[in-house]
Design a protein around this ligand. Structure first.
Ligand code: ATP
Ligand code: MG
Length: 174
């Protein structure tokens, strides 16, 4: 019996939150675990992780957002709709029994900017003990999520080349 069922959070303003969850997926895949990453607020087939998932048995990456920037201060109705649908898909995925680890990439941002109620997410994740590890990534993890998590790591920016004018780089940032 696999020893799973904890809630992990990777948050903070430094780089490495999505990367950390992908590293976890890589490691877990080595043990034959099944991993599903749902990417909130994203829909890009050019992301390295979307392309690479086919090479890891048991790993799937599914975008549930759209290929455009969400205005965090004033999200469009379509973003609220997509986040709601993504959350419905997340609940089904978690309860499907098909996956050992479910990564909800950028869901913290979706909650923080009002696309999804953090209280609903926290209530679902704590409603029953499941043998599924849940990973929530993204800046601004809401207090309701920090409260129910078993593992919280805050990536803190010390330096980022973006501040020196280096744009997002293929294979490094996406
Ligand atoms: P990564 O996907 O590289 O692990 P992340 O998940 O920690 O980064 P996000 O907040 O999801 O970071 O940001 C997504 C994009 O912004 C990535 O291209 C990432 O490299 C970049 N980024 C991350 N941290 C910073 C930062 N402190 N300043 C500017 N850009 C950043
Ligand atoms: Mg990220």
């Amino acid at each position: 019996m696999k020893d799973l069922g904890l809630i992990q959070v990777y948050t903070g303003n430094g780089k490495g939150k999505t990367t950390a969850s992908l590293g976890l997926a890589f490691r877990a895949s080595g043990h034959g675990f099944k991993v599903c990453m749902l990417q909130f607020m994203k829909d890009c087939s050019d992301y390295g992780e979307v392309k690479a998932a086919q090479y890891l048995p048991g790993f799937v990456v599914i975008p549930v957002g759209r290929h455009d920037f969400v205005d965090l201060a004033d999200p469009a109705p379509v973003d609220i709709e997509l986040a709601g649908k993504g959350w419905e898909q997340a609940k089904k995925t978690i309860d499907s029994g098909e996956y050992d680890i479910v990564i909800l990439d950028e869901i913290n941002v979706a909650m923080a900017c009002g696309l999804l109620p953090a209280a609903d997410v926290a209530a679902f994740l704590t409603a029953e003990k499941r043998n599924v590890e849940i990973v929530l990534t993204g800046r601004y993890a809401p207090p309701e999520i920090i409260a129910i998590a078993h593992l919280v790591t805050e990536m803190q920016e010390v330096k980022h080349p973006y501040n020196d004018g280096v744009a997002a780089r293929q294979g490094i940032d996406y």
